[in-house]
Write a new protein. Structure first.
Length: 271
């Protein structure tokens, strides 16, 4: 008899196991699938090109984001990591696939830029391994491969790693253009994700409601000769954290002093 559920992580891992093995695109066990996907570099896959996302370039050109520390989630062959590093960002890049990371490392060496690559599940990496918080966390095409319950892990990662005043950039499947539009519960009944989940603007705003929206639009369609990558079946969003660092003095000033006796926090189970 198994009675192993004790923590939120236990529940999330149990839900991971409800999906058929060939549907897995988000755990460490999915590395083999992604290796096969990236193995043939000549495949006509749009995002195999060594071009940064057009929206990322636009954020930089417009001064919406400025160089600092950046984390590239699901970096693949590293096209966005390379662009950020070339502009002075200190970049950490994460991907499940050793094949994708090896390709990205080759590109970084050819471009002469320094990027710290991590071949791992981003949810399993600690702040120590990643080196602290980030001014920019960027995800081009990773989020829509997560099952609904892993949004909890994703939001926890943003909360833990995004610096006060930092930015979160995202591209993901747009409902009506690309991806599955089934209700969340249906994926568990069918044990698969049907290639990835589609999102509406309202759903993205609801999921990332703890962040301030800077911009949310459809990605521009970039022609083959463009120096940038762009496909109109994707949403391109930029959000900013509204959290601010608080000193102990600030916290003390906000704390009412009417009840000096110790208070019981036994009802707080958020951590």
């Amino acid at each position: 008899m198994d009675r192993n559920i004790r923590t939120v992580d236990d529940v999330l891992e149990l839900l991971d196991g409800l999906f058929a093995p060939d549907a897995d695109r988000w755990t460490a066990d999915a590395a083999t699938w992604w290796d096969g996907f990236y193995d043939d570099r000549s495949k006509p896959v749009p995002f195999f090109v060594a071009k940064p996302d057009e929206n990322l370039v636009a954020y930089l050109d417009r001064g919406l984001i400025t160089p600092g520390r950046a984390l590239d989630l699901g970096c693949g062959p590293g096209r966005n990591s390379l662009h950020l590093a070339s502009l002075g960002f200190a970049v950490d890049a994460v991907d499940l696939s050793p094949t994708a990371v090896a390709w990205a490392e080759e590109r970084a060496g050819e471009a002469g830029v320094d990027i710290r690559f991590h071949c791992a599940n981003a949810f399993a990496l600690t702040e120590t391994e990643l080196g602290g918080t980030y001014d920019l966390i960027y995800d081009s095409g990773c989020f829509h491969h997560l099952p609904p319950h892993r949004r909890i892990s994703y939001l926890a990662l943003l909360d833990r790693l995004l610096a006060p005043g930092g930015h979160f950039g995202l591209t993901c499947f747009a409902a009506g253009e690309m991806g599955s539009e089934l209700p969340d519960a249906a994926y568990y009944r069918e044990s698969r994700l049907h290639g990835g989940l589609a999102y509406t603007p309202d759903s993205l705003r609801r999921i990332f409601s703890d962040l301030a929206e800077v911009e949310l639009r459809r990605m521009h369609d970039e022609p083959a000769e463009s120096p940038h990558y762009g496909e109109p079946f994707l949403w391109a969003g930029l959000f900013r954290t509204v959290r601010q660092d608080r000193t102990a003095t600030d916290a003390d000033a906000e704390e009412p002093q009417l009840h000096p006796e110790p208070r019981c926090n036994c009802g707080d189970f958020t951590r």
